[in-house]
Design a binder for this molecule. Structure first.
Ligand code: NAP
Length: 312
């Protein structure tokens, strides 16, 4: 099968031919039709997890994907051949990932039936970004009537976070350049602020403070201006591990560093919302697999306004 893999951390991604994986007991084998790109894919390939991950090389990149079950290992009861599924397909210790024509997943792992109204190209864009948006909105306990600032609202996680927070009845303030205001309002943002003047603009519009900040991009040391916007008892969540929860607690604020762990139940909840027309995911680029190495070289420097998927 064809796959995009790296031969070592820091090496350039390459199109290679490797044998199809065999499903082990409790696993499904899936003919993927599309793989979703996430920033973490290039971070891992660059060696960001070197100390905590011992992959087999060549390591097939990627985790998100969607396709059709073609075979099942022993003791599998949740899926059968022919089922359309989406989720995460990443087993670095076996050199396996989702940028490949075939991938495996544990049947009780992060995989679920594909949203009915989506193509595999759309569904492959959902698991990590929208799953993280779900987790961060849950962690912040976003509720009816709250005012929530989302920093990084224009990206893959942000577009879903706007929708999920608005579905809970929150008033969403989204960071967006003037050219992106319509985009974020289309997802349900009630207000927009310029990313470079966000704190100043939010303070002017909400002098008594806001209830929550979903920090999707700012690194450690750069979240102070957003923290200062919170009313006492407010919450800030980061998905890039930027917060010191103890220091925030000492200031009567709740701080949560969120790590996405997609469960079958969350993926099913997302599929239900998508099927009900209450959640959508914007795929901005569909790239043939053979063009993936070139795309991956450039993608980190590009402005993300939706998801990129690789066609398998
Ligand atoms: N903790 C977890 O489990 C988890 C899960 C998923 C993602 N992440 C991480 O979360 C981050 C965001 O992921 P993503 O998939 O949403 O990335 P993405 O699709 O690349 O989107 C990032 C967005 O944030 C915008 N942005 C960048 N800097 C900004 C700033 N200072 N103020 C306001 N907006 C800014 C970008 O706009 P421009 O392109 O114009 O700069 C882009 O639209 C990545 O670092 C990713 O690795 C963590």
């Amino acid at each position: 099968m064809r796959a995009i893999a790296i031969s070592a951390f820091g090496a350039d991604p390459e199109l290679i031919e490797v044998p199809e994986p065999e499903p082990r007991p409790g696993e499904i084998l899936v003919r993927l039709r599309a793989a979703g790109y996430n920033p973490v894919d290039t971070k891992i390939a660059g060696g960001a997890m070197k100390g905590v991950m011992s992959p087999a090389f060549p390591l097939i990149m990627g985790q998100d994907g969607a396709g059709v079950v073609t075979a099942v290992g022993g003791e599998v009861s949740r899926f059968r051949p022919g089922d359309e599924v989406y989720g995460r397909f990443s087993h670095p210790a076996r050199g396996l990932g989702s940028y490949a024509e075939y991938a495996v997943a544990a049947e009780d792992g992060p995989v679920a039936r594909m949203p009915k109204g989506m193509t595999p190209e759309q569904a492959a864009a959902v698991p990590t970004a929208t799953g993280t948006a779900w987790d961060v909105v849950e962690a912040a306990r976003i509720d009816e009537g709250q005012t929530v600032l989302i920093v990084g609202a224009t990206g893959g996680v942000g577009q879903s976070a706007i929708q999920l927070a608005a579905l809970r009845g929150a008033r969403v303030i989204a960071t967006a350049a003037p050219a992106d205001e319509d985009l974020v309002r289309g997802f349900g943002a009630a207000e927009t602020v310029d990313r470079d003047r966000a704190a100043e603009q939010v303070r002017a519009a909400h002098p008594d403070g806001i209830d929550a900040v979903l920090e999707l991009v700012s690194p450690a040391g750069a979240t102070g201006p957003a923290e200062a916007l919170l009313r006492p008892g407010g919450v800030i969540c980061s998905i890039v591990h930027a917060l010191d929860p103890d220091a925030l607690a000492a200031r009567e604020l709740r701080g949560v560093n969120v790590i996405n762990h997609p469960t079958p139940q969350v993926l099913t909840n997302l599929a239900d919302l998508i099927d009900a027309g209450r959640l959508r995911v914007r795929v901005e680029a569909q790239v043939p697999l053979e063009r993936a190495p070139a795309e991956l070289r450039e993608i980190a420097g590009r402005r993300a306004r939706g998801k990129t998927v690789f066609l398998l």
